[in-house]
Design a protein. Structure first.
Lengths: 117, 111
């Protein structure tokens, strides 16, 4: 079974609109972290936001917020007021065993976001 | 602080050759991880080094190897290149307990 599932291969949104990128995860580890990264066409992976499994509140970073629903095992990224520069590939990722050293990030397949004017 | 630096940005090699990629982490970061990104398989973990020791390895053949030096710089080596090794190779560094910071990647093309 896939550990991270991103069901939307592509999303289209107009400037200034909000958009939600879906992510569901699968783990039996009680200690895990969820990440969202943005990858523009240049290839670099840009960290956006992090949510720990024990965090009580949803994470927010500027225009980015993470809608964390632990019981449903979902960690959707919400981008408010989209900008043209938001056009990129977005990856959801998870790291299990936060108390252990050397655990790897597991990535979803990604969602391509296209923002139009 | 300077970010994660990967060299070279682009590489073209032929089948059977070997290649070495380099990664300099953010100053003060002692953990370096490597990931392979392909259109078919997505992003896959290769290995992680901490203080010159490999502490985790992904499911890749032994042709893929790496090392870390005392200054935390890391190299990964791929021997006997195959067409399927064509990919974007991303390096990431992390301070203790922190998030991963990725470099721009090395795009390897095997012909």
């Amino acid at each position: 079974a896939q550990k991270i599932t991103q069901t939307q291969p592509g999303m289209f949104v107009q400037e200034k609109e909000a958009v939600t990128l879906d992510c569901t995860y699968d783990t039996s580890d009680p200690s895990y972290g969820l990440f969202w990264y943005k990858q523009p066409s240049s290839g670099e992976m840009i960290f956006l936001i992090y949510q720990g499994s024990y965090d009580q509140q949803n994470a927010t970073e500027g225009r980015y917020s993470l809608n964390f629903q632990k019981a449903r095992k979902s960690a959707n990224l919400v981008i408010s007021a989209s900008q043209l520069g938001d056009s990129a590939m977005y990856f959801c990722a998870m790291r299990e065993g936060l108390n252990q050293a050397g655990t790897a990030l597991i990535f979803g397949k990604g969602t391509t976001l296209s923002v139009s004017s | 602080k300077a970010g994660v630096t990967q060299t070279p940005r682009y590489l073209i090699k032929t089948r059977g050759q070997q290649v070495t990629l380099s990664c300099s982490p953010i100053s003060g970061h002692r953990s370096v991880s490597w990931y392979q990104q392909t259109p078919g398989q997505g992003l896959q973990f290769l290995f992680e080094y901490f203080s010159e020791t490999q502490r985790n390895k992904g499911n890749f053949p032994g042709r893929f190897s790496g090392r870390q030096f005392s200054n935390s710089r890391s190299e990964m080596n791929v021997s006997t290149l195959e067409l399927g090794d064509s990919a974007l190779y991303l390096c990431a560094s992390r301070e203790s307990g922190g998030n991963l910071h990725f470099g721009n990647g090395t795009r390897l093309t095997v012909t």
